[in-house]
Design a protein around this ligand. Sequence first.
Ligand SMILES: [Zn+2]
Ligand SMILES: [Zn+2]
Length: 348
Amino acid sequence: MKALVYHGPGNKAWEDVPDAAVQEPTDVVVRVDTTTICGTDLHILHGDVPAVTDGRILGHEAVGTVVEVGDAVRGFSVGDRVLVPAITKCGRCEYCGRGMPSHCQTVGGIGWIFGHLIDGAQAEYVRVPYADTSLYAVPHGVSDRQAIFLADSLPTGYEVGVLAGNVRPGHTVAIVGAGAVGLAAVLTTGLWGASKVIAIDTNKFRLEKAIEFGATDAVEVGPGTVAEVTALTDGLGVDVAIEAVGYPETLLTAASLVRPGGTIANIGVHGTPVEIPMQDMWIRNVTLTMGLVDTVSIPTLLKMVAGGRIPAEKMGTHSFTFDRIDDAYDVFANAAANQALKVVITPS
Ligand SMILES: [Zn+2]
Ligand SMILES: [Zn+2]
């Protein structure tokens, strides 16, 4: 089979590799019908994730068809359409038991193993461990182009942003950074009845998308950002400030927008320390949350997509076939300049 193989920082190749095969009785093999690229894949290619070594197949998001089933698998059969989520879970360990499979002890101490600790989904086929507890059947009426964004970006925006931020009816919400994950938070914030969803970004295209995705206000980043958001919230600041970039400045912007008693929900993947102004924050009863997605909201999100409440397909702005996966990476790596959100990659 062919797959996208990592060969050290800056190097990857779409090349021939041994076929994916069942190794444990709890495995299945899935033919990849649709996959996509995550910001984390770009971090890997920059050499920021040393656990990913030369020879690893990249990718942790797929929609596909089961083609081989291990002897112990009960919930899936050959021919089933499935969503392969970013997080793999045994379903039985301490953290799976707490609903936190992002830290599944059985699969490696972290639930994100595809394209990280084991071979991933940017390939013609992928081996899926613990298939019964990890895979989700794709309901009729949900297309591959919708389901693919439920593997990672939508659950991340929803769980680490909207749910961790504790958005409730009537709340005002600011989303700092309207890239794919920020827009996933925009798409799912409305489910909780936020009265205002304020998208903040430097890029006009992304702000237009944010309005299209359900934001009530768009604020272009500038010296007046905090004043503008404060004015939109009757001088109070927002109930929930969601950070979806991962830089010190953007986290501090989120912190400066939140009202006393509010929540800062950090989604961004940070690579450097952040000096947090605790001297100002402690007295304002602010909560700061952060985390790796668990993807446990996927069943809920699949129902909301099937019911027409979340237009997940809008996340996909560009389409490529496997043989053009290098072009897909180039477009995604310069997403803002290319007016791209997420790319959709299919066999043909
Ligand atoms: Zn990801
Ligand atoms: Zn587990």
